[in-house]
Ligand binder design. Sequence first.
Ligand SMILES: C[S@@+](CC[C@H](N)C(=O)[O-])C[C@H]1O[C@@H](n2cnc3c(N)ncnc32)[C@H](O)[C@@H]1O
Length: 296
Amino acid sequence: MRLLEKLKPSADLLESSGVSDPLIDAELLVLHASGLDRLSAYRDNPEIDRLQKAKINRLLKRRAKGEPLQYIIGHIDFLDLKIKVGKEVLIPRPETELLVQEAIKTVRGKELGGTSNNINASRLTSHALLNILDLCTGSGCIALAIAKELPDAKVYASDISATAIKYAKKNAVINKIKNVKFLKGSLFEPIRKPILFDLIISNPPYIRTSDISGLQREIKEWEPVGALDGGEDGLDFYRRIFSEAGSYLKKSGKIMVEVGFDQAKDVARVATGYGFRKIEIIKDYSGIERILKAGL
Ligand SMILES: C[S@@+](CC[C@H](N)C(=O)[O-])C[C@H]1O[C@@H](n2cnc3c(N)ncnc32)[C@H](O)[C@@H]1O
């Protein structure tokens, strides 16, 4: 049997198991098992032996049971980083890439007196004095993407999950990023030194507890519930973060958080209640209010 002949039966199997994009997933899994890139696979269409077939079948079986494609393949692209993921670590989402891009614009815009697109000025700017904190870092995707873009900044990142911190540290090595310190602990608790931050950023758990059972099986059965559950109204982490953030932020600093599709106004109320001002809400590419930015 040749490699490409395996595509149709693989897609059929995934479709009959309720996978929503069976053709795409089948192709990605067959390519992953073969170790070939798409171009070589379609150009050479090599013969596959019994062992290779068995390997493809093992991967298909995992996907048919609902395991997310990214856990099976083992990594995901996040901006220009390769982020290793696995069970017990949230798979980074595209909305979070936007959070990082907006954060970088904010940092540059502040330093350059408002011109975030001035490339020459941005090259001349040093970020050496910047302290940045990423709460609920998970795979480390936010902290690492910011640290790569601002190599002179000092980035700190915390997560309560030991597994998440292990992945985040591995991701720093894979992407050769050295200016992030990953700390295990709850929110601000591992920040023991008296540091004031220029930017606090977070994509915390924000799903309402009662909504979790209605999520896609790939999420509710495979991704860690501790990365999803934001309490009864989904806002627990925002209350905890905004109640403490003021004591960790420079007067000129900013806090930026990702929010659930219907939470921006409620999170704005939480932030205002803890003394934050200059609230800005940024929409994602689907027009959903997705990022909240605030200052003191
Ligand atoms: C929505 S995930 C975000 C992961 C990553 N920042 C991203 O955007 O893909 C939330 C993360 O919060 C972590 N978390 C849950 N409770 C926490 C706490 N009390 N303190 C710090 N991190 C916590 C979870 O382990 C999980 O990694």
